[in-house]
Design a binder for this molecule. Structure first.
Ligand code: ZN
Length: 141
């Protein structure tokens, strides 16, 4: 083996990242923060959402804790039902969508309505206010 070849083999190699155009160590471009998040599977999400809502309808779920937080996930579907619903709603909201019930008892993903946007904003303001209160009046710094 020629000395040049040996040196080449020991040097780290780089590849041009298809996502940000910079050079990353070979094989790491898939972890690039610029890589677009994989499009989530709407069909799968709708099926999950339908099943979770069915659980809620029949009462097969664990209710929120007294302080409004999600119940601890003890590995049962009941304990994670509300949190799973919330996660799906947040996933949809990131794309400006919401789950809307249809007459067939299923759901579809629709552009988020102004009413939902307003409700979400109000909920967020309420949460921020709670945090503020906790922070300033209940022993926070
Ligand atoms: Zn990159």
């Amino acid at each position: 083996m020629k000395r040049d070849d040996q040196q080449a083999a020991e040097e780290p190699t780089y590849e041009q990242c298809p996502y940000c155009g910079d050079f990353h160590p070979t094989g790491t471009s898939e972890q690039c923060p610029q890589k677009p998040k994989a499009a989530w599977n709407h069909q799968r999400a709708l099926e999950d959402y339908t099943e979770l809502m069915r659980r809620v309808r029949v009462g097969a779920y664990v209710e929120l804790e007294m302080d409004g937080s999600f119940p601890p996930d003890d590995g049962t579907p009941e304990s994670s039902t509300l949190e799973s619903l919330h996660n799906l709603e947040e996933l949809a909201a990131r794309d400006g969508l919401e789950f809307v019930g249809n007459e067939q008892g299923g759901y579809s993903l629709e552009p988020m309505s102004d009413a939902t946007k307003a409700a979400r904003r109000e909920a967020q303001e309420y949460l921020d206010q709670q945090k503020y209160m906790t922070h300033h009046y209940l022993g926070g710094e």
